[in-house]
Ligand binder design. Sequence first.
Ligand code: DGY
Length: 334
Amino acid sequence: MTARPVVYVTREIPDAGLDPLADECEVHVHDWKLPPGHDRILRRLAELEADGLLCLLTDDVDGEVMDASPNLRVVSTFSVGYDHVDVDEAERRGIAVGHTPGVLSETTADFTWALLMTAARRTVEGNEYVLADEWETWGPKLLTGPDVHHATLGVVGLGNIGATVARRAAGFEMEVLYANTERDGAAEQRLREFGVEATYVELDELLARSDFVTLHVPLNEATEGLIGDEEFEAMPDDAVLVNTSRGPVVDTDALDRALADGSIKRAALDVTDPEPLPGDHPVTRHVPEKLVLAPHIASASIGTRDRMARMAAENMLAGLRGESLPNSAVEDRR
Ligand code: DGY
């Protein structure tokens, strides 16, 4: 009997992914709510002589990790983003890298709108106001915010998620601007079919003209710190920034300054730098009047997390069988 391939999973993922893995592999799950950390991943891969590593976006998968087990053939991440995996190093070693593109676009777009609406219409503040027993009467100026309908939405990055967010703007009859590495006529046409006329502009024009700016770029050298002091300065004073992409796309210190000096009105972040954001980080002084925070949960619907688990398992199993991965990060970044 041939030995079953050994897979190390760095956190408990939904059964939709663990069950198919267990059918074909010997599966070892890091059974703790916090990530294993770099040293423990190295140690477990070496002890198990693992053939596969199923990781999360909280794991730093570098060349050292890839060398820890002589048998490692597949790294499959339970995420769309793969900035935590050194894909160059994997390619150099002939290790396949899988990810889960497309699966969370709708769910993440829903949450982006939840944040945008929360920041605009001040629902968190309203909740706190009621609980603090400050609600004495209906007030003409009580917790007023900007209208979302008919405002201008600036989408930075018109990939799957950015386009899905833009599509939802139809219901609010908004003007939609987008900035991208290049103009995307096909995406514009798809949006047109949903009644959205998206106009391609340079980032500085988008920042200057948008009431709401929403970020949907991958994290890489070009996008790290994309929104900093200069960009906040370029935005209207009453602008709202929403980030559901990756924390380091926004310079947190610059955001802190921009909220303090009124360069922008509000921000809503699902992703932060650092992540996790400590509750006493200086930028939290702006909560809740100017800042709304969430702990990287934009994709956290039950259905989407099940589908992510299934896709991560499918990538893993294909790679272990020597087949090409249904969703390869090596291919997708080309
Ligand atoms: C991803 O998969 O990259 C997302 O950030 C998870 O929410």
